[in-house]
Every structure is written in structure tokens, then in C-alpha cells.
Design a protein around this ligand. Structure first.
Ligand SMILES: O=C(O)CCC(=O)C(=O)O
Length: 208
């Protein structure tokens, strides 16, 4: 939180599923925190020591076989965290993967490639509840370009403490706002992706 309090917020503008999306981010040395809705923070880059390097996260025996099944070989992982304060707003809808298009972001190129990216969310301070902000998915959107999204259903997933949610990074989703009075809703995430993909890049974030 000291990074957010002390560093200037930098504006971020990019395209998500064909729509211009705006947010902000904070940067200090190797660390980058992305705003993921007002009052929601994605500790994205540079959080890789201590808890983030623990074997329960890095070599989790329950998760490893699932990811091996999904990605088969030549994949790696990194970790970060989503913090969501009481009173935070909904996040913007997004896919976790880049659309893989030079121009546009509707996902035509993405639909043509094999699945290469999965995200795992693990609550760490308490259950994820309807009040403190479930993860909302557009059901089946990992198999659709965004101009077909209208017919898809929104589904909210509440993950209890001790469980995890694993999803295809192509799926359109968002974290819902935190309507609770005092739950600090925190989830650690692990991103697993094929080695050929670079996830240390985000459109609209200064890479220097
Ligand atoms: O906080 C959540 O429930 C969703 C987080 C998210 O969108 C992500 O990790 O890509």
C-alpha cells in the first residue's frame, strides 16, 4: 500500500474486446501495481519473494497435475495478488491473454490457437462471498470472439478459503466490487502459460 500512497498514479488506456478501457497503475523499481477497478489492486510485477515463492504456491501438489493436463509441456508460472478494499468497484471485463492481433482485440486470432494460458485464484484472508466480490465469468467466452458475447450468460463464482478457481485465460471475466463493510478480500493468483508467450507486457503500461 505504501507504493500506492507514495507513487503517482499513471494513466492507462488500452483496448479490451474491441472497447477502449481506462485505468491506472503505480510503479516503483521492479514492482508494478495495476488498478483493477477503483479500490481493487493487482500486485502484478515484482512480487516474487517470501510468501509468493513458497512451495505451497510454486509446487502445489493438487494444482500441478491439473496444469500439466491443461498445458502438457513447456510452460512456466508466476504469482501476484488481487487486493479488494471494502467499497471497491467492479473491475473491467477482460481476458487475461493478449488478443494476439496487431490491430483490434476481438479475439479472432486468439480463438485459432491452442489453449496456452491458465489462471488460478486462491483466497487467502477469508471466503470469497457474494458480498465481498465473486469472480464473474462470461460463460463459454473462451471459445468466442467478443462480437458473439451478447448471447453468453454471466456466472458468478464464490471460492471458499481452502479452495481454488482455475480458468482458461481466454475467458472474459472480472472481479466484482466489494460490498462488505470490512472484508479485505485478498486472493493470490498464479498464472501458468506456455514459455513462448510473454506475460510481462501489458498494453498501456510503461515497460521501461
Ligand atoms: O479478483 C478477481 O476475482 C478476478 C481477478 C482477475 O481478473 C484476474 O486475475 O485476471
Amino acid at each position: 500500500m505504501s507504493i500506492i500512497d507514495e507513487e503517482p498514479a499513471q494513466p492507462r488506456v488500452w483496448e479490451e474486446n474491441g472497447d477502449v478501457t481506462t485505468s491506472q497503475y503505480w510503479k516503483k523499481n521492479d514492482k508494478v501495481i495495476l488498478q483493477a477497478g477503483v479500490g481493487r489492486y493487482d500486485l502484478w510485477r515484482g512480487f516474487n519473494t517470501g510468501f509468493f515463492a513458497s512451495s505451497a504456491l510454486v509446487d502445489n501438489p493438487k494444482l500441478e497435475p491439473i496444469l500439466k493436463h491443461c498445458l502438457v509441456d513447456n510452460y512456466g508460472s508466476y504469482r501476484g495478488m488481487i487486493l479488494s478494499d471494502p467499497g471497491s468497484s467492479d473491475q473491467y471485463f477482460h481476458r487475461d491473454t493478449d488478443p494476439l492481433e496487431n490491430v483490434g482485440s476481438k479475439g479472432k486470432a486468439l480463438m485459432a490457437v491452442d489453449d496456452f494460458y491458465f489462471t488460478c485464484l486462491i483466497p487467502v484472508t477469508g471466503d470469497v462471498t457474494p458480498e465481498n466480490g465473486p469472480t464473474e465469468f462470461l460463460e463459454g467466452s473462451h471459445r468466442h470472439c467478443s462480437d458473439e458475447f451478447e448471447s453468453l450468460k454471466e456466472v458468478q463464482i464464490c471460492c471458499p478459503l481452502g479452495s481454488a478457481v482455475v480458468f482458461n485465460g481466454k475467458i472474459n471475466h472480472r472481479g466484482k466490487g466489494n460490498r462488505s463493510e470490512k472484508d479485505d478480500r485478498a486472493v493470490v493468483y498464479t498464472v501458468y502459460h506456455k514459455e513462448w508467450y510473454n506475460d510481462q507486457f501489458r498494453k498501456g503500461v510503461d515497460q521501461t
